[in-house]
Ligand binder design. Structure first.
Ligand SMILES: Nc1ncnc2c1ncn2[C@@H]1O[C@H](COP(=O)(O)OP(=O)(O)OP(=O)(O)O)[C@@H](O)[C@H]1O
Length: 303
């Protein structure tokens, strides 16, 4: 996705651009002195008000890297600096705690510094938003996998973290909740938080990541294809394909031209490079949100 400079991200507030939320310096991790290194010499910073994607084949260390960023785990060598208020959604949420869903969320809200009343209010609001209000008083061990995942997502979002770390957090959610999580990510970034995520779906938040890191062997390399690898001059276009709620109209006032997409309920937008950030943000934060299926540079025939 073409970047238009930070000024292109209208609506992003919070810490000034360039603020580092957390930083790894020469970080490495192995799970035992005689075990092989999973990651080595990882030096990277995650900035406030940005979205960071981590990619890599199965077992390469994506979760390991996210746990270091979330400070759930410490590196075997090297340093981690920065202590943002962090929330983390693990790949698998342990549901066997002796709480109801809302009891657990209220407890977690208090751990994150909210008052009991505020924590309970936000717990109910997030369960409602994610479509799990009917399970507010269900004990955690009795929740389905999908509803457990909604609770895991809610606990991460309810205290407005400065750093949100999502490890395959969309897995197990129904389509509506996946879209809500897409939208919540866009909202957090717009509010100035750093968000780092792994997802097996390469289209997840397509075009919205500011930075992509790829893990190969024990190395982590920056692969910021969206922003830096193919800078495009003003005057070029970007083609965005989106799927909306059944029968929904596109949000009014989007720049560019819109036409039907390749499938029912999909639309194809051709927008100026300069406006692509704005359009993606509008779509991801619309209510209900739109699913961004693909983003690619426009070609001569795209109108
Ligand atoms: N707690 C642990 N103890 C021992 N080995 C571990 C632990 N966590 C991860 N590993 C090992 O570290 C390597 C990287 O695992 P990690 O889960 O970070 O990779 P991943 O890229 O997230 O994998 P996946 O795509 O399957 O989710 C694997 O070989 C894994 O077996």
């Amino acid at each position: 996705m073409a970047r238009t400079g930070r000024a292109g991200r209208t609506g992003r507030t919070g810490p000034a651009d360039g603020d580092l939320a957390i930083r790894l310096d020469g970080a490495g991790r192995r799970y035992g002195l005689r075990r092989p290194w999973v990651l080595r010499e990882v030096t990277l910073g995650v900035r406030a008000a940005t979205l960071t994607r981590v990619e890599g084949a199965n077992g390469t260390g994506k979760s390991t890297l996210l746990r270091l960023l979330a400070r759930i785990d410490a590196p075997s060598e090297g340093r981690v600096t920065g202590r943002p208020r962090t929330a983390y959604v693990p790949e698998r949420f342990p549901p066997s705690l002796p709480f109801t869903a809302v009891g657990y969320l209220t407890h977690m809200g208090r751990v994150h510094g909210l008052t009991g009343a505020a924590a309970a209010r936000r717990a109910h609001a997030w369960l409602e938003r994610l479509g799990a209000a009917g399970h507010a008083h269900t004990p955690l061990p009795d929740l389905s996998k999908g509803t457990s995942q909604k609770v895991a997502v809610a606990q991460a979002l309810l205290a407005d973290p400065e750093l949100l770390v999502l490890d395959e957090a969309w897995t197990g959610l129904d389509a509506a909740a996946r879209d809500i999580l897409d939208r919540a990510v866009a909202e957090r970034v717009a509010a100035g938080s750093a968000v780092a995520f792994v997802d097996h779906d390469p289209h997840r938040l397509a075009g919205y990541a500011d930075v992509t890191y790829a893990i190969s062997g024990t190395r982590v390399t920056r692969r910021t294809g969206e922003a830096d690898a193919a800078p495009r001059a003003t005057g070029r276009t970007v083609v965005v394909e989106v799927r909306g709620p059944h029968g929904a109209e596109l949000p009014p006032g989007l720049p560019g031209t819109a036409g039907p997409g390749p499938e029912p309920d999909t639309h194809r937008l051709v927008v100026a490079d300069l406006h692509s950030d704005l359009v993606l943000r509008e779509l991801l934060t619309a209510s209900p949100p739109w699913h961004v299926m693909s983003v690619r540079p426009g070609e001569a025939g795209d109108r």
